[in-house]
Design a protein around this ligand. Structure first.
Ligand code: LLP
Length: 433
């Protein structure tokens, strides 16, 4: 059961605006925590379906496919759920390709992005017959051409162009479409790189691509970026006589983390995109990650200890930066709710067990006066949560659980101590002794 509901399914005390779709889930978070242990991630299937449907229908009559960005949450069960809804995928590594194929996707469902693809990854993706390689530099074009020749394939290519627009996101690390970033082909070089792409014998130039950043709640970067790409498309088509049929708009749509965040009006987003590209005869690709899964997950953690230091309250939890990196890495805000609120609140730093002062889930936060043993739900952790977990301090990574109606299943087991060391090999000179 989600934190807004108590055990009888009634609306709980003092809590929150967890998205309504998740309310249709009828599994107790307390029961999951008891059975699976903490920390663990819990995802709502209903919420993921609702987000997918909302974005897909906002795009109206456009010829569009949502290629879910695997990096946001790459659990095979989540990928399979999205496949059933009709999603394609956006991947950035051979590992993500491997997962995608395991989840039942075929190459034609997949676009391959990323600024540093290796030859091995290119070869794997060519053999899988991916729909598009989003190529990010002229050098990459030449390498892909050579790999395609070796494999005996023609590599389908879209140029990822940096449209050099101003992007306002909560943290500079999540901006990609501004001038001087490592991502994409600089806008003023894109035409000449397009001519190279069109001339290489083992490539088929099929489209253009951009991705301007993540957690974006304004439409201007998309509008300006798209206008630039449409202009470039005309120039490339005129100069090369190649017809570009795909336009990939990237991902980046924001979700709400704080109660005061305004939700992105996806309907209006759909209208903005349609106004620009409707009727252009283009196949549109969107690469949403966070929007589809961000609000669909919570991280369950138990309070281990309480302490006071330097006049400050600390709530010490069994989850830390190794389980959820976003607060410490981006200073990101995640609401934290008690699953069974005490009815009292306090102001505290919520910190993990890791030996780093930067290990926190929240700082100076008004929060339930949770005591040792109490269960907390760190909200909106469905995207960039588990996938960014690490084994630092030799901590096994947490379990993942998927809820669907009144059912739940562990979709990723908690790592064991053996998992922590199973790739380690004593050096031969030692085992020889
Ligand atoms: N397409 C490309 C090429 C991307 O690089 C990304 C995200 C996406 C799509 C999906 O973006 P989304 O729709 O999820 O915003 N770790 C950061 C976010 C990094 C995003 C990286 N690229 C965070 O925790 O906020």
């Amino acid at each position: 059961m989600w934190p807004t509901l108590d055990h009888r399914g009634a609306v709980g005390k003092g809590v929150l605006d967890i998205p309504t779709a998740a309310l249709s889930e009828r599994v107790s978070l307390e029961a999951i925590a008891r059975e699976v242990g903490t920390p663990c991630y819990v995802y709502s299937s209903a919420m993921i379906r609702a987000q997918y449907d909302q974005l897909k229908s906002a795009m109206g009559k456009l010829d569009v496919r949502l290629h879910y960005s695997v990096k946001a949450n790459s659990s095979i069960a989540i990928l399979a759920l999205l496949r059933e809804l009709g999603a394609g995928l956006d991947i950035v590594s051979g590992g993500e390709l491997f997962r995608s194929l395991k989840a039942g996707y075929t190459g034609k469902d997949i676009v391959f992005s990323g600024v540093g693809k290796t030859e091995r990854e290119m070869e794997e993706a060519l053999r899988a017959n991916v729909l598009l390689f989003n190529v990010e530099s002229e050098q990459e074009l030449h390498v892909l051409d050579a790999v395609a020749k070796r494999v005996g394939a023609k590599a389908p290519v879209a140029l990822r162009v940096n449209p050099e627009v101003l992007v306002d996101t909560p943290h500079p690390y999540t901006r990609t479409g501004e001038k001087g970033m490592k991502f994409g082909i600089p806008f003023d070089e894109a035409l000449s790189v397009g001519k190279v792409a069109a001339s290489l014998p083992n490539l088929r130039l099929l489209g253009l691509d951009m991705h301007v950043g993540s957690q974006i709640s304004q439409f201007a970067p998309y509008e300006v970026g798209l206008q630039r790409l449409l202009h470039l498309r005309r120039e490339i088509e005129r100069e090369t006589k190649v017809r570009l049929e795909y336009l990939d708009i990237g991902g980046g749509l924001a979700v709400t983390y704080d109660a005061s965040d305004r939700a992105v009006d996806v309907k209006q987003f759909g209208q903005v995109i349609s106004a620009l590209v409707g009727g252009a005869g283009l196949k549109i690709i969107l690469e949403p990650g966070r929007f589809l899964v961000g609000n669909a997950g919570v991280l369950l953690t138990r309070v281990l200890y309480r302490k006071r230091s330097g006049g400050k309250e600390f709530i010490i939890t069994d989850a830390g930066m190794t389980d959820l990196l976003r607060p410490s890495h981006y200073n990101a805000f995640h609401r934290i709710e008690a699953v069974n609120p005490t009815g009292r609140t306090t102001v505290a730093d919520v910190v993990g067990p890791i030996c780093e002062s930067g290990d926190f889930l929240a700082l100076d936060r008004q929060i339930d006066d949770a005591q040792p043993g109490d269960l907390l739900a760190v909200q909106s952790t469905g995207a960039y949560g588990f996938v960014m977990a690490s084994n630092y301090n030799s901590r096994p990574r947490p379990a993942e659980v998927l809820v669907d109606g009144d059912k739940f299943a562990v979709i990723t087991k908690r790592e064991s101590y053996d998992d922590l060391v199973h790739n380690e090999i004593p050096p031969a000179w030692r085992s020889a002794q």
